[in-house]
Design a protein around this ligand. Structure first.
Ligand SMILES: C[S@@+](CC[C@H](N)C(=O)[O-])C[C@H]1O[C@@H](n2cnc3c(N)ncnc32)[C@H](O)[C@@H]1O
Length: 331
């Protein structure tokens, strides 16, 4: 599998803070140590960086790391779109497919990230993109007087319509985000968004995740919920709720119960189907559904039927071993 960081950066910042390539590798090392990634799974880490001094600094930081022999690490000097475009051209010419790949696209600004390239990546099975859309910048530059600046937007969004946003009125930030999402949705079955807010709670950038794999989407949603226990889609420097996360969390997931009941009222449903519904159709993750099922089973609202021969422990909901019987709200 491949992990591509298209705008890799120098690998470390002034305060000694690790950059995204180092974080990715250290996290993969930890997974190999825990056994959640097999020691024999080959991972190609490809870091692309256009600034030679950043690329050199990154190389020196990477050379300090002790990595498993199953990791292949390369730092490529160059531009994201040219380098990844070149890799895909080569595969096309040889009639080959791209191995499962996660592509992190973290530019500073809004140029150099042509939407066509995202679409080409998403065409391959198990290939996914995680793109930082700097919505605050985009909003400010969308009606810039210099045509050369504005000319970037149709390429970045893959559609001319983006240029109509300033003249439409209404909430521009929302329209920018909706358009980017709908563009991704034409190529990916699953699209998620995580918003980063600045000091005055102003939305500064939005991270879009796009994938055609339900497993990939589930993992990304889990990661987002681990950062934001309130709603799973926001981090704010101004957010006082992080200190009270658990209080909000337990209030927030009741919404999920309403969605589950609206879908499954009065039915007997395999737990695998409940999980699939939660991942694909709600903002939540399977662990939230289990928390709710546990308390509703205690209250006697739901029944749980274990597969023949399976010894179930109370309060557990093993995906392929139990069916859930939901209350009928029409009665
Ligand atoms: C926002 S920083 C990336 C930070 C990195 N993801 C991290 O968390 O450490 C953007 C980096 O991309 C580089 N860069 C700018 N344009 C690029 C392009 N078209 N292709 C590749 N790298 C580029 C910049 O030199 C800079 O180091």
């Amino acid at each position: 599998m491949n992990y591509i960081d298209g705008f890799a950066g120098p690998g470390e910042y002034h305060g000694g803070e690790a950059g995204s390539p180092i974080i990715a590798i250290e996290s993969a090392i930890a997974h190999v140590a825990k056994g959640t990634i097999g020691a024999d799974v080959e991972i190609n880490f490809i870091f692309i960086e256009s600034k030679p001094e950043h690329a050199d600094h990154l190389r020196s930081r990477l050379s300090d790391l002790e990595v498993p022999s199953s990791f292949n690490i390369s730092v490529i000097d160059g531009e994201f779109s040219e380098q990844v475009g070149g890799i895909l051209d080569k595969l096309d010419n040889e009639n080959k497919s791209l191995a499962p790949t996660f592509v992190l696209v973290d530019p500073f600004g809004f140029s150099g990230i042509p939407f066509d390239l995202m679409a080409r990546i998403l065409k391959f099975p198990k290939c996914e993109v995680f793109v930082n859309v700097m919505v605050d910048f985009i909003n400010r530059f969308l009606d810039h007087p210099n045509d050369r600046v504005v000319a970037h937007f149709p390429t970045t969004f893959g559609i001319q319509e983006v240029l109509d946003i300033p003249s439409r009125g209404g909430n521009r930030v929302q329209q920018i985000l909706n358009l980017y999402r709908s563009q991704l949705e034409t190529h990916a079955k699953y699209v998620g968004r995580f918003d980063m807010h600045g000091k005055k709670d102003r939305k500064t950038y939005s991270l879009f995740f796009a994938s055609n794999s339900p497993k990939g989407f589930e993992k990304m949603k889990e990661a987002m919920w681990s950062v934001d226990k309130v709603s799973g889609n926001k981090f704010s420097d101004a957010d006082p709720s992080s200190a009270q996360g658990y209080l909000f969390e337990s209030m927030g997931i009741d919404v999920l119960w309403d969605e589950i009941i609206a879908q499954f009222s009065g039915k007997r449903v395999p737990m695998t189907e409940v999980d699939r519904f939660v991942i694909e159709n709600t903002d939540f993750i399977p662990s939230h559904a289990r928390k709710l099922l546990k308390s509703h089973e205690k209250q006697g609202d739901v029944g749980v039927i274990a597969a023949n021969g399976y010894k179930r422990r109370a309060g557990t909901f093993k995906a392929d071993k139990v069916d859930i019987v939901f209350p009928d709200i029409s009665q």
